[in-house]
Design a protein around this ligand. Structure first.
Ligand SMILES: *Cc1c(COP(=O)(O)O)cnc(C)c1O
Length: 400
């Protein structure tokens, strides 16, 4: 027995894959995908069980390393990213842990953007105690990435655009540097999702996801995934999953699976609202600067448009007059926005990066990173954008 695919005509588009890719229906003919809440699977006889445990026959055995609902989510996400393989994980951070455990050993070296998600930086720094060293380089300076390469460099890690400054890196240029040095490029595609950006098409080898964000899209579950070549996933990551068990729960996989069906329309709609908001913010006297890749004023606007299907994404950051007090007053005057550091939700969220997501950095580190006390980050949801503008206008009017 091998696990069959759903029967789709060859060459169907991304939106069709997002709704239809996965496993075939069960014998009951369900239209919405089944949720397999089961920890283990039953075998017809002892000899079959032995073959399955020895990997001589493909079948579901135990949900730590295989479950039909999880497999369905993995197949659908892989199809959307344009990779032959994908492995679901318990969280986005578990996906990055899996990447490190599966690919690296003591003595290996990593080059990583200094602007990636804070916990990613922490995790890579923590691996120094196991002899895996990481050089952190400027997100947008390709020369720094090239100069950081060593004979022992095995992995380049980037995220684009970044949080909260929305800095965009040149994925194709980083892939070239990685491959010239015999290393792999992994891209955290959390902010764009495959609906806007497919890093593998630009030369990346592996794509990391926090399914917690846009893939679920409604702020319900914590989930993650690594997408890449099936041979690499099967040889490097499946054994880690089997022994280390950073597994994705079938329920969370099912929620993400259903989220993928609306991902494309959500990303388009949220991105369009974000552009409207960014343009409006640029015209507000109390706003000193707006960070949004969809604006012509963004330093990597052209690169972002080329990499991100012409969309800026849904995250807009801006600096207000009045430093921290000005930012807090603006946030506190909102009545619709959710004050939370999460993002990728249909509900618009608002946060003060300097005291939340980047609160563990020293003020000097924040200055280097460009995260000022007056900065606010908004992750635009699906409400009427005029209502979000009015929400921000209340606080901004008092600062101008
Ligand atoms: C949230 C996030 C993560 C971590 O994902 P979790 O699901 O919270 O573990 C990783 N990278 C980026 C860019 C994120 O925004």
């Amino acid at each position: 027995m091998t696990i069959p695919r759903v029967d789709l005509p060859p060459g169907v588009g991304l939106d069709t894959l997002a709704v239809r890719e996965g496993l075939p229906r069960t014998q009951w003919g369900e239209n919405s995908e089944a949720l397999f809440l089961t920890s283990s699977f039953v075998h017809p006889d002892a000899a079959t069980a032995a073959r399955r445990f020895a990997n001589e026959e493909e079948a579901f055995v135990y949900s730590r390393f295989g479950n039909p609902t999880v497999t369905m989510m993995e197949r659908r996400l892989a199809a959307m990213e344009g990779t032959s393989g994908c492995i679901g994980t318990g969280s986005g951070m578990a996906a990055i842990l899996m990447l490190v455990l599966g690919l690296l050993k003591g003595g290996d070296h990593v080059v990583c953007s200094q602007s990636v998600f804070g916990s990613t930086i922490r995790l890579l720094q923590d691996f120094a105690k196991f002899g895996i060293e990481t050089s952190f380089v400027a997100q947008t300076d390709v020369a720094q990435w090239r100069a950081a390469m060593r004979p022992t460099t095995k992995l380049l890690f980037a995220e684009s655009p970044t949080n909260p400054l929305t800095e965009v890196c040149d994925i194709a240029a980083l892939a070239e540097i990685a491959h010239a040095g015999g290393a792999l490029l992994a891209v955290d595609n959390c902010f764009c999702s495959p609906a806007l950006q497919q890093p593998v098409k630009l030369g990346a080898d592996l794509v990391i996801h926090s399914g917690t964000k846009y893939l679920d899209g409604q702020g319900r579950v914590v989930a993650g995934a690594v997408c890449g070549p099936a041979e690499l996933i099967d040889s490097k990551f499946v054994p880690v999953m089997r022994s280390a068990g950073m597994s994705l729960s079938p329920f969370n996989a099912w929620v993400v699976l259903k989220g993928l069906e609306t991902l494309s329309v959500r990303m388009q709609a949220q991105s369009a609202r974000a552009l409207t908001l960014a343009r409006w913010l640029e015209a507000q006297p109390a706003v000193e600067r707006v960070y949004y890749p969809g604006l012509e004023s963004h330093p990597q606007h052209a690169l972002a448009m080329a990499q991100q299907s012409g969309c800026g994404g849904a995250v807009v950051s801006f600096a207000v007059k009045g430093e921290r007090a000005g930012a807090f007053a603006t946030i506190d005057a909102t009545r619709i926005c959710s004050i939370t550091a999460n993002l990728g939700d249909t509900k618009t969220t608002i946060t003060h990066p300097a005291s939340t997501s980047h609160g563990r950095l020293s003020e000097a580190q924040r200055q280097v990173a460009g995260i000022t006390q007056g900065m606010i980050r908004v992750a635009v949801g699906l409400e009427d954008i005029v209502d979000i503008q009015a929400d921000l206008q209340r606080g901004l009017a008092a600062l101008a």
